[in-house]
Design a protein around this ligand. Structure first.
Ligand code: HEC
Length: 92
């Protein structure tokens, strides 16, 4: 009896570690999907209003938003993808 329960514990431990590795792996995928699933508007609220109230999209021309995007990308520590989405949103 004791031997069997020891085996069971081993199997359960193996299963649990397999599940946690799988969950960790899936979560790391989720993180990279996060940016893809976020709209420019969401990224803008999350990243740009941390330091100041950002002017409305109509305040600047599309060309000016390009420049502002590059300038603020370094301030907000954005990836190129995040910056592009935010600029796309601001140009609308
Ligand atoms: C780490 C803080 C910080 C973050 C994050 C940040 N900004 Fe700024 N922003 C500043 C500062 C400081 C200034 C004013 C000085 C300057 O232009 O460098 C500024 C100025 C601006 C201006 C005014 C430009 C002008 O000529 O009036 C705009 C527009 C702007 N930011 C947009 C954004 C957008 C869009 C984002 C998100 C991508 C963003 N900011 C993220 C700090 C930040």
């Amino acid at each position: 009896m004791k031997k069997i329960s020891f085996k069971k514990t081993k199997i359960i431990t193996a299963l649990l570690s397999f599940i946690s590795v799988t969950v960790l792996f899936m979560n790391s995928c989720k993180v990279s999907q996060k940016v893809a699933m976020r709209s420019g508007a969401q990224l803008w609220t999350e990243n740009c209003q941390r330091c100041h109230n950002t002017p409305s999209p109509s305040t600047f021309s599309p060309e000016q938003w390009e420049t502002i995007g590059l300038h603020m990308q370094s301030r907000a520590l954005l990836t190129n993808k995040e910056r592009d989405k935010i600029i796309e949103f601001m140009k609308q």
